[in-house]
Design a binder for this molecule. Sequence first.
Ligand SMILES: [Ca+2]
Ligand SMILES: [Ca+2]
Length: 150
Amino acid sequence: MRKIAMTLLVFVMIVAGSSSAFAATAMEPDSSSNPNIFYAPNDYFTGTISSYSDTDYFRWTNDTGSAKTYWVYLYNLDDPSLDYWIYSVSASGSSPGSFSQYFDQMGRECWTVYVPANSVLNVEVRASDPSKVNPTSRYEIVLRSVPPAP
Ligand SMILES: [Ca+2]
Ligand SMILES: [Ca+2]
């Protein structure tokens, strides 16, 4: 009986672990050839912008086997008045993706992204204004499977 309970517990832990979103601190230095990687929808990163010249790079490869529509959501966690922005959204692959801004508000911005199967989504985050950079103020960026409330 104990062995069955242990087996069940391990199974539940594996299922819980595989379904929980991946969360990490955005690495620095990063680059277009060494970006932060989303592994699955609802993974998110916490990052900072060290200076106006800092660009943060994020990537997701659509290895799901079918085209996906997701939402890339960026928000300033500590200070919305900094109003960091999604500087670039693009996809590389044999068929082009499509992208449209879902909303843009002070301190938060969201893009709808259509990513064909096997295409690679690339997103860049920057400060929007040289006078609005705080290297200790955090933002979060999430690859969402459902849109956030505008
Ligand atoms: Ca950074
Ligand atoms: Ca960077």
